[in-house]
Design a binder for this molecule. Structure first.
Ligand code: GLU
Length: 434
């Protein structure tokens, strides 16, 4: 991994730039440049054929300055320590942009879940939590789904944690099944958040959603819900892709039918009436919005040159390399940065944790309304910052986020910092403050 593709080095650069732009002391960078704790675990699994196989996993907890650490767990062959470290730091800045009372964390297990049986997957999920349970808990570190993990896996993980501790703690994990205390609206929350900020960006840029077109890279939880919700909002989705292939139809895909097709065929490839296109082609289509909803480093310098869309909505974490980012900015493309764009997921995770704490559950409409308000507020704050300081949306999001964590560190006595810039108040007062 180079400086251009290593999430840890990329986020360090983003943090450093924000510290300088805010005129804050280098102490702020020094304090937040590394995760406060990284755990590495080796999880033995008895495979179906009788062999034992050991899987390596990580959990990076970046900072608890604003509350317990929070973030998903991914199962993927490319998981590595620097990726998990970088992703944990992005979670800190994401929760800070939203004003949530959390710091960031991220976990990962090096495995190919497609090659594991359900029993093997369960044993791996339970073993991972058993080994990490000493450093987790509803007031310590709260996991959630990420790439290739889902409510079923969260259910096993919750059960394992409850067994280890000997009592129920539903707030230990979010994104769990409804019957175990999950929140209505959590499954679609990241996609719904993407829709809300895309509509905000369209409004600012004078684009009519009913005449707009979009493409989506990735058709997992985030990509598929985003496709459905954009389609329901009247935006024409012309192409989607997944790990196995893609579906392109210039006249617009029938998204409800595509969702059924993809769940039956485990890919969007071969969807009747569509043709397959390459990832390079997908990023160069003449549409209004591109939604990268897969993995990191998809929009590098070369692809950024080819982008014709007006808006890039980063539903994935870290989909744009630093070089790609600079080129998109130079070319005047409006980027809704990941730490804002995909924050709907962790925001509804926060609602889930709050509901678990209260033992009182909200109707879906209430969840969606609260999410809408928080996404619109956060977008407006970042947009205002971008206009006032003449920076990119990404830089603006970091200004808001880094100011918030620095202020918390100051209040705890970890720093002695002079705040030279006033950041718009709403975000700093916390979620849903009137
Ligand atoms: N994995 C999601 C993210 O990257 C959600 C995290 C959470 O809900 O804690 O934001």
């Amino acid at each position: 991994m180079s400086d251009q593709t290593n999430p840890f080095l990329i986020v360090q650069g983003q943090l450093h730039r924000a510290v300088q732009n805010l005129g804050l002391s280098e102490d702020v960078y020094e304090l937040f440049k590394e995760p406060m704790r990284i755990s590495r675990v080796a999880v033995p699994v008895r495979m179906d054929d009788g062999r034992v196989q050991t899987f390596l996993g990580y959990r990076a907890q970046h900072t608890d300055v604003t509350g317990p650490t929070k973030g998903g767990i991914r199962f993927h062959p490319d998981v590595n320590e620097d990726e998990v470290k970088g992703l944990s730091m992005w979670m800190t800045f994401k929760t800070a942009v939203m004003g949530l009372p959390y710091g960031g964390a991220k976990g990962g297990v090096i495995c190919d879940p497609g090659q594991l049986s359900e029993r093997e997957l369960e044993e791996l999920s339970r073993g991972y939590i058993r080994l990490l349970s000493p450093v987790m808990g509803p007031e310590v570190d709260i996991p959630a789904p990420d790439v290739n993990t889902n409510p079923k896996i969260m259910g096993w993980m919750l059960d394992e944690f409850d067994r280890v501790r000997g009592h129920h703690s539903p707030g230990f994990i979010t994104g769990k099944p409804l019957v175990l205390g999950g929140s209505l609206g959590r499954d679609a929350a990241t996609g719904r958040g993407v829709l809300f900020v895309v509509l905000q960006a369209m409004d600012r840029l004078g684009i009519d959603p009913k005449k707009a077109t979009a493409v989506i890279q990735g058709f997992g939880n985030v990509g598929s819900h985003t496709a459905r919700l954009l389609h329901e909002a009247g935006i024409k989705v012309v192409a989607v892709s997944d790990v196995r292939g893609s579906a392109y139809d210039a006249s617009g895909l029938d998204v409800p039918k595509l969702l059924t097709y993809a769940s039956e065929h485990k890919t969007t490839k071969g969807f009747p009436g569509s043709r397959m296109i390459s990832t390079d082609e997908l990023f160069s289509l003449d549409v209004d919005v591109i939604v990268p909803a897969a993995l990191e480093n998809q929009i590098d310098g070369e692809r950024a040159e080819q982008v014709r869309a007006r808006i890039v909505a980063e539903a994935a974490n870290g989909p744009t390399t630093p070089e790609g980012d600079e080129l998109l900015a130079e070319r005047g493309i409006f980027v809704i940065p990941d730490i804002l764009c995909n924050a709907g997921g962790v925001t509804v995770s926060y609602f889930e944790w709050v509901q678990n704490t209260m033992g009182y559950y909200w109707p879906e409409q209430e969840v969606n309304d609260k999410l809408s308000r928080m996404m619109v507020d956060a977008f407006s704050t970042v947009y205002q910052m971008q206009q006032e300081h003449r920076v990119t949306m990404r830089e603006a999001a970091y200004l808001v986020a880094v100011h918030r964590v620095a202020e918390a560190a100051n209040a705890r006595g970890w720093l002695r910092v002079n705040f030279q810039h006033e950041v718009p108040g709403a975000v700093l007062r916390g979620p849903l403050a009137d």
